[in-house]
Write a protein that binds this ligand. Sequence first.
Ligand code: 13P
Length: 241
Amino acid sequence: MYFVANWKMFGNLKSLNTLNKVIKFSKSKEIKKGRLIYCPPYTLISSFLKKFENCLIDLGAQNCHESDVYGSHTGFINSRMLKNVGANYVIIGHSENRRKGETDKLINIKIKNAIKAKLKIIFCIGETISEKNKGKTKLILSKQIKLGLKKIKIKSNIFIAYEPVWSIGTGKIPKIRELDQIIKFIKGKFKDKLPKILYGGSVNTQNINDLKQISNLDGFLIGGASQNAKKFIDIVKKTYS
Ligand code: 13P
């Protein structure tokens, strides 16, 4: 199982101290088969990497520019630069960026170039509350998958993170039965080699006991709770207990 910590726009150099607990945990037997990946803000990637030097915790970024070459794009960073600095993963298509105008087409270009840069991609999809209420969840997910992964043949480095927009940061999660069906539905979109599927949206130390029961799930994308080392570790431990 993969446990991906998305720190969003949080964290500073002081936060590095909070990682000690997680590093210790990552070296213990208690981690079982859990794989930890941290996606801090760009500013902290190098420092996190240094901190994780002697352990197996992996690093990712939270987004990237769509271009695969250097260019005059003030304030942006592309996937090659991320790989160069030591990141192995990148989150693409997060709803917080889709909301700001990131289109399926742009997401598709970003994914293609991240593949070229040899990054693993955490590709986020999910419906809004109004889409859910209109019964459009499957339609939206199908569209996001189809357009986001257009003309991408090799999907072995792609993780799909199902993050219902209405669940992010709200404390609400889908009904387990519904979630189970949606994960099956997403897997059903892929004939041959199935991508790994993560769930994200208000994962916490309580609801993990329910969430872990979903069959076919390969892990979790965790926002708020991942900034607290104790909670993050607790989520991993409970997943295996
Ligand atoms: P929360 O866990 O804070 O709801 O955030 C989820 C998320 O957006 C992870 O990418």
